[in-house]
Design a protein around this ligand. Structure first.
Ligand code: DGL
Length: 271
């Protein structure tokens, strides 16, 4: 396997930027390809067969670039698409489930862990199962917060945004009664709303960003596979979206620490 081959990162939309941003910081010399399936977002409202079909077509698109590793920067694709990912990628992929579950298990002091995710991820039970494998005595409280995906896709991510705060208040009111000390942001869109979510939950709750934990795990996976790029130059960047290129470009500029040049974002058709 070619160590200089790109790492391909994908999500249903802009949420995977929470992983991309951390990958850029942790491994600036890697060549990165990002695909946001903005024409078919959200995935989290769909059934398993549709999500798996989407994941297969996302992978078929990314395989054209002969990536050395795939990062599934989407909780829904990770949880529901697992059989497709294992079949198509073998050991060459990192998804969001284990890294987030391990971090939560390490963080919690009282064993009471919350998970917010899309509806499809919640139905899969994947986070709960993984947390209990690692910490059998844990009590896990789940909440679907699907509308956060739309809030983020619309760019309403600032701490004082009224819509984001109203949606967060409604979704988090039950979890606030559960005495959790750790909350997994189990959808990669949600770390973009960290400030809003933290404000609602209060300082006593540690947020686990699926974006950050997945990026860290991907770095460890690449090292274990002996696939880290050894170049000391900055890597190349190329982003693809299946719709709404301007909205994507604007959000990357708000959310990423560096700008993505317009010529590095391309519109593609996914079948
Ligand atoms: N970013 C996604 C996730 O982590 C998908 C959100 C969606 O498309 O519903 O689940």
């Amino acid at each position: 396997m070619n160590k200089e081959a790109p790492i391909a990162i994908f999500d249903s939309g802009v949420g995977g930027l929470s992983v991309y941003r951390e990958i850029e910081k942790l491994m600036p010399n890697e060549n990165l390809i990002y695909f946001g399936d903005t024409a078919r977002v959200p995935y989290g409202t769909r059934g398993p067969a549709t999500i798996r079909r989407f994941v297969k077509s996302d992978l078929d698109f990314l395989f054209r670039f002969e990536p050395k590793h795939i990062i599934v920067a989407c909780g829904t694709a990770s949880c529901v698409g697992a059989p497709v990912l294992e079949k198509e990628c073998g050991k060459h992929f990192t998804s969001v489930i284990s890294p987030s579950a391990i971090a939560a298990a390490k963080t919690t002091k009282n064993g009471r862990i919350g998970v917010i995710s899309t509806a499809a991820t919640l139905r899969s039970g994947a986070f709960e199962k993984k947390i209990k494998e690692i910490l059998p005595q844990a009590q896990v409280f789940t909440q679907a917060a699907q509308m956060f995906v739309n809030v983020v896709e619309n760019g309403w991510i600032e701490e004082d945004n009224e819509i984001a705060n109203a949606v967060a208040k409604e979704y988090l009111k039950d979890l606030k009664q559960r005495d959790i000390d750790t909350l997994i942001l189990g959808c990669t869109h949600f770390p973009l709303l960290s400030a809003v979510i933290q404000k609602q939950m209060g300082d006593g709750v540690t947020l686990i960003s699926s974006g950050y934990e997945t990026a860290l795990a991907a770095k460890m996976d690449l090292e274990a596979l002996g696939l880290r790029n050894e170049s000391d130059m900055s890597g190349s960047r190329k982003c693809f979206v299946s719709d709404n290129i301007n909205a994507f470009f604007e959000l990357t500029n708000i959310f990423l620490d560096r700008q993505i040049a317009k010529e590095n974002v391309e519109l593609v058709e996914i079948n």
